[in-house]
Design a protein around this ligand. Sequence first.
Ligand code: ZN
Length: 410
Amino acid sequence: MTALSQVLRKIDADEVVELTRALVRIPSVYRPDDPTATEAHVAEFVEAWLRREGFTVEVQEVAPGRPNVIGSLGEKRPGGRSLLLEGHTDVVTEGDPAEWSHPPFSGELVGGRIYGRGTADMKSGLAAAMAAAAAFRRSGVALRGKLVLGALVDEEDGMIGVRHLCTTPVGRELDAAIICEPEENELCLEQRGVVWARFRVRGKMAHGAMPEAGVNPIAALGRLLGAAPGLERRLRKVCEKSRHLRPPTVTPTIIQGPPHKVGVPQSNVIPAVAETTFDIRLTPGIGADGIRDELEAICREVARAQPGVKVEWEPVNAFRLATKVDRSEALVEAMVRGVKQATKRAPRYGGVPGSTDGTILRMELGIPIVTCGPGDRLIPHQVDEFVVADQVVEAARIYAASALNYLEAE
Ligand SMILES: [Zn+2]
C-alpha cells in the first residue's frame, strides 16, 4: 500500500464531523469585559486531543487565558522543511441567539450540514487539520520534515496569536503554511489586504454664529471624503487586477467631529478637531511605502485647500498588505497534486476577500501560504452559520495528501 493510502485510511469521516461538532460546542467568543470568555476552553480541548494522539505539544500563553496550542510531529533537519496547518480557535459573537434556527453552540447536524458559530470560520478547518495531522501518527507513516498543527488565538481581532507565533522558534523555522479558513476547499494563492487609516483635522474652535473667528475642521473633513473616490481610482491603477479578488476599495467608515475623547458635540460650536477613518482594501501591487505616500498626499492637498487646518493621518493598526504566492512554489505544487489525489478532481482556484493569520505569516516570515478550507466563503459571521460535513472530510484528505507531498515520507 502506498504511504498516501495508508494515511488517508486513517481519516475517519464520522470522527472528523464529531470533532468539528465538539469544538463548536465549546464557546470561544472573546469578550474583553468577561475574563472567562476567551479561547482557553477550546485550547484545553485541542491540547488534550493532540497529547492523546502522540503529538509534541507546546502551549504559548499569548495573553492571560489566551493560549496558542502548537502540536508537532517529526523534526526539521538541516535543509529540510517545516509545514504549518493553521487554524484559529476564536469565533465572532453569535449576536442574538433568538435569531438562530439552530442554537449557535449546539453543533447540530442536520441534512449533512453542521450548524453553529464557528462551524465554517473555522472550527471545521481546525478539526480537519487535526485529523489530517493525526493520520500520519496513526498510520505510522513518518515524514522527512516537520508537520506543525497551530490552533491560534485572536484571529478575529488583532491577530496576537499569529504575531506571537512568528517570534517563537517553532514559528521562525516554518517554511510554508496552509491556512485552513473557509474557502470552499479552493486553492487561494492571493488575498486582499487591509489598511485602516484615521485622519485627524485640527482647526480652531469657535462659536457657530461667528465662523470667521474659527477654522472649521469639518469643512476639511468634507474634502477628505471627497478625495476617497480619487484614491480608489489611483489604487485600482497601481494594484494588480485579479480574477480571484475584487479590486481595491476605499470606504470611509467613521466620522467624528469632535471625537469622543476630545469633546462633546454641540450645535453651536465649531469643534477644534474632526476625524474620519478609511477602510482601504488592496490587491497585490502596492507596498506600505506606496500607501503612506498616497495618504500623505491627500493630507497635503486638503491642508492646502483650507489655510489654518492641520491634517494628519495614522494607521489604526499594523498594515496588512495583500499577499500573493506563485504557482511554482513547492507548497502550491504539493497542494495541486494533493487536491487531485484526495478528491479525484482538478483543483479550483479562488481568492481570499479579507486578511487572515496567513497575511501575518507571509509578511513577517516571508513564507508561502495557501488558504484552503471547508465552508462557504460568504457564510462566516452570519446567523445560522454552517458547514457541509462532506466538505470538512474532503479538507482533511486534502491537507493529509498535500502535507505528504510537501514533506515526503521517510
Ligand atoms: Zn477565520
